[in-house]
Write a protein that binds this ligand. Structure first.
Ligand code: SF4
Length: 322
Protein backbone atom coordinates (compact mmCIF):
# COMPACT_ATOMS: atom_id res chain seq x y z
CA UNK A 1 0.00 0.00 0.00
CA UNK A 2 3.01 2.36 -0.05
CA UNK A 3 2.57 3.43 3.54
CA UNK A 4 4.97 5.21 5.80
CA UNK A 5 5.43 4.41 9.47
CA UNK A 6 5.47 7.46 11.70
CA UNK A 7 5.62 6.48 15.37
CA UNK A 8 4.70 3.38 17.29
CA UNK A 9 4.68 2.14 20.82
CA UNK A 10 6.80 -0.96 21.34
CA UNK A 11 5.70 -3.34 24.03
CA UNK A 12 8.20 -6.08 24.73
CA UNK A 13 6.77 -8.16 27.56
CA UNK A 14 3.88 -10.61 27.36
CA UNK A 15 2.28 -13.06 29.75
CA UNK A 16 3.69 -16.56 29.64
CA UNK A 17 1.78 -18.67 27.15
CA UNK A 18 2.12 -19.77 23.55
CA UNK A 19 5.51 -18.40 22.51
CA UNK A 20 5.56 -14.87 23.82
CA UNK A 21 1.88 -14.27 23.19
CA UNK A 22 -1.24 -15.64 24.81
CA UNK A 23 -4.31 -14.40 22.94
CA UNK A 24 -7.18 -13.25 25.07
CA UNK A 25 -9.66 -15.69 23.50
CA UNK A 26 -7.68 -18.59 24.93
CA UNK A 27 -8.26 -17.24 28.42
CA UNK A 28 -12.01 -17.20 27.69
CA UNK A 29 -11.73 -20.77 26.41
CA UNK A 30 -9.96 -21.84 29.60
CA UNK A 31 -12.65 -20.25 31.79
CA UNK A 32 -15.63 -21.58 29.79
CA UNK A 33 -16.73 -18.06 28.92
CA UNK A 34 -16.09 -18.61 25.21
CA UNK A 35 -18.77 -21.33 25.11
CA UNK A 36 -21.25 -18.96 26.77
CA UNK A 37 -20.47 -16.31 24.14
CA UNK A 38 -21.11 -18.84 21.36
CA UNK A 39 -24.62 -19.52 22.70
CA UNK A 40 -25.34 -15.86 23.45
CA UNK A 41 -24.26 -14.65 20.00
CA UNK A 42 -26.37 -17.26 18.17
CA UNK A 43 -29.51 -15.80 19.77
CA UNK A 44 -28.96 -12.69 17.61
CA UNK A 45 -29.52 -14.68 14.40
CA UNK A 46 -33.24 -15.11 14.89
CA UNK A 47 -34.62 -12.53 14.59
CA UNK A 48 -31.42 -11.05 13.21
CA UNK A 49 -30.01 -8.20 15.26
CA UNK A 50 -26.40 -9.02 14.48
CA UNK A 51 -25.76 -5.55 13.06
CA UNK A 52 -27.46 -2.18 13.63
CA UNK A 53 -29.66 -2.68 10.54
CA UNK A 54 -31.79 -4.93 12.76
CA UNK A 55 -33.47 -6.62 9.76
CA UNK A 56 -35.08 -9.16 12.14
CA UNK A 57 -35.02 -11.91 9.52
CA UNK A 58 -34.80 -15.50 10.70
CA UNK A 59 -31.28 -16.32 9.61
CA UNK A 60 -31.48 -19.77 11.18
CA UNK A 61 -34.14 -20.56 8.55
CA UNK A 62 -31.88 -19.06 5.91
CA UNK A 63 -33.88 -15.86 5.46
CA UNK A 64 -31.55 -13.18 4.17
CA UNK A 65 -31.38 -9.56 5.17
CA UNK A 66 -29.62 -6.56 3.67
CA UNK A 67 -26.18 -8.17 4.09
CA UNK A 68 -27.32 -11.17 1.98
CA UNK A 69 -26.18 -13.62 4.66
CA UNK A 70 -28.37 -16.51 5.72
CA UNK A 71 -27.60 -19.28 8.15
CA UNK A 72 -24.19 -20.22 6.74
CA UNK A 73 -21.00 -18.26 6.58
CA UNK A 74 -19.83 -17.45 3.08
CA UNK A 75 -16.15 -16.80 2.34
CA UNK A 76 -14.85 -15.34 -0.88
CA UNK A 77 -11.18 -16.21 -0.34
CA UNK A 78 -8.50 -16.64 2.28
CA UNK A 79 -4.78 -16.18 1.97
CA UNK A 80 -1.65 -14.52 3.29
CA UNK A 81 -1.93 -10.81 2.59
CA UNK A 82 1.14 -8.58 2.40
CA UNK A 83 -0.58 -5.28 1.65
CA UNK A 84 -2.04 -4.45 5.07
CA UNK A 85 -0.52 -1.94 7.49
CA UNK A 86 3.10 -2.95 8.32
CA UNK A 87 2.45 -4.32 11.86
CA UNK A 88 -0.33 -6.54 10.46
CA UNK A 89 1.40 -7.89 7.35
CA UNK A 90 4.83 -8.03 8.98
CA UNK A 91 7.22 -10.29 7.12
CA UNK A 92 5.06 -13.41 6.80
CA UNK A 93 1.72 -11.88 5.89
CA UNK A 94 -1.65 -11.35 7.53
CA UNK A 95 -3.98 -14.37 7.41
CA UNK A 96 -6.95 -12.70 5.75
CA UNK A 97 -10.38 -14.27 5.46
CA UNK A 98 -12.65 -12.28 3.12
CA UNK A 99 -16.29 -12.79 4.07
CA UNK A 100 -18.91 -12.42 1.33
CA UNK A 101 -21.87 -10.07 1.91
CA UNK A 102 -21.86 -6.84 3.91
CA UNK A 103 -24.31 -4.82 5.96
CA UNK A 104 -23.11 -1.60 4.32
CA UNK A 105 -23.97 -0.95 0.67
CA UNK A 106 -21.23 1.50 -0.26
CA UNK A 107 -21.81 2.88 -3.74
CA UNK A 108 -18.05 3.13 -4.26
CA UNK A 109 -17.13 -0.26 -2.77
CA UNK A 110 -13.99 -1.57 -4.44
CA UNK A 111 -14.86 -5.15 -3.43
CA UNK A 112 -18.51 -5.07 -4.53
CA UNK A 113 -18.47 -8.47 -6.29
CA UNK A 114 -17.75 -9.93 -2.84
CA UNK A 115 -19.67 -7.53 -0.60
CA UNK A 116 -22.73 -6.82 -2.75
CA UNK A 117 -22.91 -9.68 -5.25
CA UNK A 118 -22.13 -12.13 -2.43
CA UNK A 119 -19.59 -14.09 -4.48
CA UNK A 120 -18.07 -16.88 -2.44
CA UNK A 121 -18.57 -20.34 -1.08
CA UNK A 122 -20.53 -21.44 2.00
CA UNK A 123 -18.58 -23.07 4.80
CA UNK A 124 -19.52 -24.94 7.92
CA UNK A 125 -18.27 -23.69 11.28
CA UNK A 126 -15.69 -26.50 11.25
CA UNK A 127 -14.65 -25.38 7.77
CA UNK A 128 -14.12 -21.81 8.96
CA UNK A 129 -12.18 -23.02 11.98
CA UNK A 130 -10.04 -25.20 9.69
CA UNK A 131 -9.29 -22.16 7.54
CA UNK A 132 -8.02 -20.26 10.60
CA UNK A 133 -5.78 -23.18 11.56
CA UNK A 134 -4.52 -23.51 7.99
CA UNK A 135 -3.55 -19.81 7.95
CA UNK A 136 -1.76 -20.29 11.26
CA UNK A 137 0.10 -23.29 9.76
CA UNK A 138 1.10 -21.02 6.86
CA UNK A 139 2.80 -18.83 9.53
CA UNK A 140 0.39 -15.90 9.30
CA UNK A 141 1.04 -13.27 11.95
CA UNK A 142 -2.67 -13.05 12.69
CA UNK A 143 -6.17 -14.02 11.53
CA UNK A 144 -7.56 -10.99 9.73
CA UNK A 145 -11.38 -11.15 9.54
CA UNK A 146 -12.37 -8.87 6.65
CA UNK A 147 -15.97 -7.57 6.68
CA UNK A 148 -16.95 -9.66 9.73
CA UNK A 149 -19.90 -7.66 11.13
CA UNK A 150 -22.76 -9.78 9.75
CA UNK A 151 -21.15 -13.12 10.68
CA UNK A 152 -19.98 -12.44 14.24
CA UNK A 153 -21.86 -15.47 15.71
CA UNK A 154 -20.20 -17.78 13.14
CA UNK A 155 -16.80 -16.27 13.90
CA UNK A 156 -17.15 -16.71 17.66
CA UNK A 157 -18.15 -20.34 17.24
CA UNK A 158 -15.33 -21.03 14.77
CA UNK A 159 -12.78 -19.40 17.10
CA UNK A 160 -14.04 -21.62 19.88
CA UNK A 161 -13.54 -24.74 17.71
CA UNK A 162 -10.15 -23.57 16.41
CA UNK A 163 -8.87 -22.53 19.84
CA UNK A 164 -9.56 -26.05 21.13
CA UNK A 165 -7.40 -27.34 18.27
CA UNK A 166 -4.52 -24.95 18.98
CA UNK A 167 -5.29 -21.58 17.38
CA UNK A 168 -3.03 -19.13 19.18
CA UNK A 169 -2.39 -16.08 16.98
CA UNK A 170 -4.10 -12.67 17.37
CA UNK A 171 -7.51 -12.03 15.84
CA UNK A 172 -7.97 -8.86 13.78
CA UNK A 173 -11.52 -7.53 13.39
CA UNK A 174 -11.35 -5.60 10.10
CA UNK A 175 -14.66 -3.76 9.81
CA UNK A 176 -16.46 -0.94 8.05
CA UNK A 177 -17.23 0.32 11.54
CA UNK A 178 -20.99 -0.16 11.47
CA UNK A 179 -21.07 -2.53 14.45
CA UNK A 180 -23.61 -2.84 17.22
CA UNK A 181 -22.56 -2.36 20.80
CA UNK A 182 -24.17 -5.62 21.90
CA UNK A 183 -22.15 -7.70 19.43
CA UNK A 184 -18.95 -5.82 20.27
CA UNK A 185 -19.49 -6.63 23.94
CA UNK A 186 -19.68 -10.31 22.98
CA UNK A 187 -16.33 -9.88 21.23
CA UNK A 188 -14.70 -8.37 24.32
CA UNK A 189 -11.72 -10.58 25.15
CA UNK A 190 -12.00 -12.47 21.84
CA UNK A 191 -10.67 -9.84 19.45
CA UNK A 192 -7.08 -8.74 20.03
CA UNK A 193 -6.81 -6.06 17.33
CA UNK A 194 -9.63 -3.86 16.07
CA UNK A 195 -9.22 -2.40 12.58
CA UNK A 196 -12.37 -0.31 11.97
CA UNK A 197 -13.11 2.38 9.39
CA UNK A 198 -14.30 5.83 10.26
CA UNK A 199 -16.02 6.47 6.94
CA UNK A 200 -18.13 9.56 7.46
CA UNK A 201 -18.74 12.47 9.78
CA UNK A 202 -22.17 13.16 8.31
CA UNK A 203 -25.25 10.93 8.34
CA UNK A 204 -26.40 12.64 5.16
CA UNK A 205 -23.29 11.42 3.34
CA UNK A 206 -23.50 7.99 4.98
CA UNK A 207 -27.05 7.54 3.72
CA UNK A 208 -26.28 8.85 0.25
CA UNK A 209 -23.18 6.72 -0.25
CA UNK A 210 -23.72 3.66 2.00
CA UNK A 211 -27.52 3.62 2.55
CA UNK A 212 -27.34 3.68 6.36
CA UNK A 213 -29.19 6.30 8.36
CA UNK A 214 -27.25 6.35 11.60
CA UNK A 215 -23.66 5.57 10.67
CA UNK A 216 -22.01 8.42 12.59
CA UNK A 217 -23.46 7.72 16.03
CA UNK A 218 -23.18 3.92 15.63
CA UNK A 219 -19.61 4.18 14.35
CA UNK A 220 -18.49 6.55 17.09
CA UNK A 221 -19.99 4.40 19.84
CA UNK A 222 -18.28 1.37 18.28
CA UNK A 223 -14.91 3.12 18.18
CA UNK A 224 -15.22 4.13 21.83
CA UNK A 225 -16.05 0.54 22.79
CA UNK A 226 -13.19 -0.91 20.74
CA UNK A 227 -10.78 1.56 22.35
CA UNK A 228 -12.11 0.65 25.78
CA UNK A 229 -11.56 -3.05 25.09
CA UNK A 230 -8.09 -3.07 23.57
CA UNK A 231 -6.58 0.41 23.98
CA UNK A 232 -3.76 1.83 21.90
CA UNK A 233 -1.77 -0.30 19.47
CA UNK A 234 0.89 -2.48 21.08
CA UNK A 235 3.68 -4.04 19.05
CA UNK A 236 6.10 -6.83 19.89
CA UNK A 237 9.88 -6.51 19.72
CA UNK A 238 9.70 -7.19 15.95
CA UNK A 239 7.15 -4.48 15.27
CA UNK A 240 4.23 -6.91 14.87
CA UNK A 241 0.83 -5.90 16.24
CA UNK A 242 -0.30 -7.88 19.28
CA UNK A 243 -3.22 -5.87 20.60
CA UNK A 244 -4.94 -2.55 20.16
CA UNK A 245 -6.75 -0.30 17.76
CA UNK A 246 -5.90 0.98 14.27
CA UNK A 247 -8.50 3.23 12.64
CA UNK A 248 -8.68 3.47 8.86
CA UNK A 249 -9.96 6.51 7.03
CA UNK A 250 -10.44 6.65 3.27
CA UNK A 251 -10.17 10.19 1.92
CA UNK A 252 -13.05 10.88 -0.48
CA UNK A 253 -13.21 13.57 -3.18
CA UNK A 254 -14.73 16.93 -2.13
CA UNK A 255 -14.13 15.99 1.53
CA UNK A 256 -17.21 13.77 1.41
CA UNK A 257 -15.70 11.67 4.22
CA UNK A 258 -15.49 14.65 6.61
CA UNK A 259 -11.84 13.98 7.40
CA UNK A 260 -11.15 16.85 9.83
CA UNK A 261 -14.27 16.27 11.89
CA UNK A 262 -13.51 12.57 12.19
CA UNK A 263 -9.90 13.19 13.20
CA UNK A 264 -11.05 15.69 15.81
CA UNK A 265 -13.44 13.09 17.26
CA UNK A 266 -10.61 10.56 17.54
CA UNK A 267 -8.21 13.01 19.15
CA UNK A 268 -10.79 14.41 21.58
CA UNK A 269 -12.74 11.29 22.55
CA UNK A 270 -10.28 8.41 22.11
CA UNK A 271 -6.68 9.59 22.25
CA UNK A 272 -4.31 11.68 20.12
CA UNK A 273 -2.01 8.64 20.33
CA UNK A 274 -4.49 6.50 18.37
CA UNK A 275 -2.98 4.81 15.32
CA UNK A 276 -4.51 6.13 12.11
CA UNK A 277 -4.20 4.64 8.66
CA UNK A 278 -4.99 7.42 6.21
CA UNK A 279 -5.85 5.94 2.83
CA UNK A 280 -5.81 7.72 -0.52
CA UNK A 281 -6.54 4.78 -2.82
CA UNK A 282 -10.08 5.88 -3.67
CA UNK A 283 -11.18 5.41 -7.25
CA UNK A 284 -14.74 5.47 -8.60
CA UNK A 285 -15.70 1.78 -8.46
CA UNK A 286 -19.10 0.08 -8.45
CA UNK A 287 -21.87 2.72 -8.78
CA UNK A 288 -19.74 5.73 -7.83
CA UNK A 289 -20.06 7.09 -11.35
CA UNK A 290 -23.70 7.89 -10.56
CA UNK A 291 -22.50 10.58 -8.14
CA UNK A 292 -20.72 13.40 -9.87
CA UNK A 293 -18.81 14.33 -6.72
CA UNK A 294 -17.44 10.78 -6.40
CA UNK A 295 -16.59 10.21 -10.04
CA UNK A 296 -12.87 11.00 -9.81
CA UNK A 297 -9.84 10.18 -7.67
CA UNK A 298 -8.74 12.60 -4.93
CA UNK A 299 -6.48 15.50 -5.88
CA UNK A 300 -3.02 16.25 -4.39
CA UNK A 301 -4.60 19.24 -2.62
CA UNK A 302 -7.25 17.03 -1.01
CA UNK A 303 -4.54 14.61 0.08
CA UNK A 304 -2.50 17.45 1.61
CA UNK A 305 -5.59 18.84 3.36
CA UNK A 306 -6.29 15.44 4.95
CA UNK A 307 -2.72 15.24 6.26
CA UNK A 308 -3.15 18.73 7.69
CA UNK A 309 -6.22 17.44 9.58
CA UNK A 310 -4.05 14.80 11.24
CA UNK A 311 -1.44 17.37 12.20
CA UNK A 312 -3.96 19.91 13.43
CA UNK A 313 -5.38 17.32 15.81
CA UNK A 314 -1.99 16.07 17.01
CA UNK A 315 -2.48 12.60 15.50
CA UNK A 316 1.07 11.47 14.85
CA UNK A 317 0.85 7.67 15.04
CA UNK A 318 0.11 5.56 12.00
CA UNK A 319 0.57 5.54 8.25
CA UNK A 320 -0.22 7.80 5.35
CA UNK A 321 -0.81 6.18 2.00
CA UNK A 322 0.93 8.12 -0.75
S1 SF4 B 1 -26.51 -8.91 9.92
FE1 SF4 B 1 -27.55 -8.82 7.94
S2 SF4 B 1 -29.60 -9.68 8.28
FE2 SF4 B 1 -28.71 -9.23 10.28
S3 SF4 B 1 -29.44 -7.20 10.81
FE3 SF4 B 1 -27.47 -6.91 9.77
S4 SF4 B 1 -27.91 -6.63 7.58
FE4 SF4 B 1 -29.74 -7.48 8.59
Amino acid sequence: MGMEAVNNTVVQSYPAGTGNFYPSYRRLLDSGELERRVEESKKHLSPCTVCPRNCRTNRLENQKGICLAGKDVRVSSYNLHHGEEPPLSGTRGSGTIFFAGCSLRCRFCQNYPISQLNNGQDYTIEGLAGMMLELQDMHAHNINLVTPTHVVPHIIEAVSVAAKKGLCIPLVYNTGGYDSLSMLKLLDGIVDIYLPDIKYASDKHAFRYSTVRNYVSVNRMALLEMHRQVGLLELDENGIARRGLIIRHLILPHDSAGTCESMKFIADRLSPDTCISLMSQYFPANAAYRFEELSRRITPDEHAAAIECLEKNGLENGWIQE
